[in-house]
Structures are given as structure tokens and as C-alpha cells.
Write a protein that binds this ligand. Structure first.
Ligand SMILES: Nc1ncnc2c1ncn2[C@@H]1O[C@H](COP(=O)(O)OP(=O)(O)OP(=O)(O)O)[C@@H](O)[C@H]1O
Length: 277
């Protein structure tokens, strides 16, 4: 039996061409084969210390394991990132809907929460897609059971975020996207604190925002004035958010890319946000 002694760092190893020398650790041919193929896949060519060829690398790995007293772990060193709750907010007309729609197209594994409402379904709206259209009794029972993350009355109708939907999708590993106005974001921040990720969308200037609202042709002159004066106040609340993304005119793709990167960066955080719904 051929044996060979070598030093790597602080360790001195004695290896043999069979596994019998590695007392205390049992190696099977199957394990050796697995390591061999993993090493072949990497096509490494380290020539120093004679560990360049695949056969020697298997032997060295075995020696390292022997010195460590435990096998090298081939499993992931980092656990799978936790699902996130991502709150996207900003003044009216800044592009929240447009950004969320595009984000859903470019990013896998996100679920855009469908709000429950007691208002009547409008022509063309689809139950479960645009909203969950529920009776007032059902909505009140959800409030009673504390099954809404947040709710509000809008022109006499109730609107709210069902917790069960969030739980269901998070348990399947989905990130949750909530698109809310600035007041709604403040309420969610009070409920969720730092356990959720808050992103503020802003136009590049007030002028750009007004132009965008005018182009949308959904506002009367009075409504436009109200939205712009509200937006001026809302922008001051940017400080309450974790990130801000400027959604500049004609730059929707850039904004969505930025938000995608923010989510990626969150997933790479050592201390992940922990959310319980
Ligand atoms: N980067 C952009 N460049 C040009 N137009 C944009 C951009 N982002 C969004 N828009 C357009 O601006 C208008 C307002 O966008 P959107 O409806 O998404 O805003 P919103 O924040 O959801 O508004 P609201 O809160 O009033 O529902 C839409 O017509 C949309 O297509």
C-alpha cells in the first residue's frame, strides 16, 4: 500500500491509496465516486502540492476530513432566504400599478395580494384577480376574527388585506407584494415594523408627476389639484421607508430593475426580516 505525507497549512496529512488508513471515518466507494465526479465537474487545475489531478484531490479531501474529524458538508452553507413582505407605496400617479404589474412579469416567486372589498364588481373586473368581492357580513366576520392585516372604508365600502392569503403564499415560499397608498403604508409599518420591506416610489419632479396624471386622463382639474397637494405632503414621509426608487418618465424598466435588485439584496442579508402574520 502506498502512503504519502504532506502538509497543508497547519495540518500534516498521511494518505494512502485506499481508505483503510483513515481510522475512525468510514468511506464508501460511493462517497469517493461522488467526490470524484464533483471534482471532475469543476475541472480544477491546481498543480501546487500535487493536488491538481482529480485522484489526488479526492485523497486530499479525505485527508482533510480525517484531520477535521468530520466529513466535509456538501449541503448549502446558507439556508434558503425567508419569504418577504414587500410594501410598494408612493403618491397617486407615481406608477405603483405599472411597477407592480411589470415586476410580476419579470420576477418569479412573488404573489401580489388581491384585496377583499365589499363594493360591487364593475364591468370587466374579475373576482379573485382585481379584488375578492365579498359581502359586508363576510367582511365584518373577517374583522371580528382578526383575519385582516389592514382595512379601511373607502366611500362607504370596506377594503382590506386578507391574512390567510398571505400565510398561504408565504408557506409556499412566495414573496408577498402589497401595493398601498402612503397612509396604508404607514398603517402597515405600525403593524409590521421592520419585519416587512417598505419601498417608496417617487417621480423625478412634481412637474413630471402632474404631467403623468394629466396623461392618464382620469382626473378632473379639482382632483388633480388635490392629488398634487396630497403628493407634496406624502413625499415628506419618504423617511419612514427603507428604500426609495425614482420612477422617472419613460424609465419604468429601470425602476423595476432597481426594485428587483433591492429584493435580491434583501435576500442576501445575513439578518433576514422575520415576519409572522
Ligand atoms: N416611468 C414611467 N414613465 C411614463 N409613464 C409612466 C411611468 N410609470 C407609470 N406611468 C404611467 O403613469 C400613469 C400612472 O401610473 P399608475 O396608474 O401605475 O400610478 P399609481 O401610482 O398606481 O396611481 P394611483 O395611486 O392613482 O392608482 C399610468 O398611465 C402609467 O402607465
Amino acid at each position: 500500500m502506498h502512503s504519502n505525507t504532506k502538509s497543508i497549512g497547519q495540518y500534516t496529512f498521511t494518505s494512502t491509496s485506499t481508505s483503510t488508513f483513515c481510522s475512525g471515518m468510514d468511506y464508501t466507494k460511493e462517497e469517493d465516486d461522488k467526490k470524484t465526479s464533483a471534482l471532475q465537474a469543476t475541472e480544477r487545475t491546481i498543480d501546487e502540492d500535487g493536488v491538481g489531478d482529480t485522484f489526488n484531490q479526492v485523497a486530499v479531501l479525505r485527508d482533510i476530513e480525517e484531520a477535521l474529524g468530520s466529513p466535509l458538508d456538501s449541503g448549502p452553507q446558507v439556508p434558503a432566504p425567508k419569504p418577504l413582505i414587500i410594501v410598494i407605496s408612493g403618491p397617486s400617479g407615481v406608477g405603483k400599478d405599472a411597477v407592480v404589474k411589470r415586476l410580476q412579469e419579470v420576477r418569479k416567486g412573488i404573489h401580489f395580494v388581491v384585496t377583499a372589498t365589499t363594493r360591487a364588481k364593475r364591468l370587466g373586473e374579475v373576482d379573485g384577480k382585481d379584488y375578492f368581492f365579498v359581502s359586508k357580513e363576510h367582511f365584518l366576520s373577517l374583522i371580528e376574527k382578526n383575519e385582516l392585516l389592514e382595512y379601511a372604508t373607502v366611500y362607504g365600502d370596506y377594503k382590506g388585506i386578507p391574512k390567510q392569503q398571505i400565510r398561504d403564499f408565504m408557506s409556499k415560499g412566495y414573496d408577498i407584494v402589497l401595493r398601498v397608498d402612503v397612509q396604508g403604508a404607514a398603517t402597515l409599518r405600525a403593524i409590521l415594523g421592520n419585519s416587512a420591506l417598505f419601498i417608496f416610489l417617487v417621480a423625478e419632479s412634481e412637474v413630471a408627476l402632474v404631467k403623468r396624471l394629466m396623461d392618464r386622463r382620469t382626473e378632473t382639474r379639482e382632483k388633480l389639484l388635490l392629488r398634487v397637494s396630497t403628493a407634496r405632503e406624502e413625499v415628506k414621509r419618504m423617511i419612514e421607508f427603507d428604500y426609495v426608487a425614482v420612477n422617472a418618465q419613460g424609465q419604468l424598466e429601470k425602476t423595476v430593475n432597481l426594485i428587483n435588485s433591492i429584493i435580491d439584496a434583501e435576500k442576501a442579508k445575513v439578518q433576514q426580516r422575520m415576519v409572522e402574520i
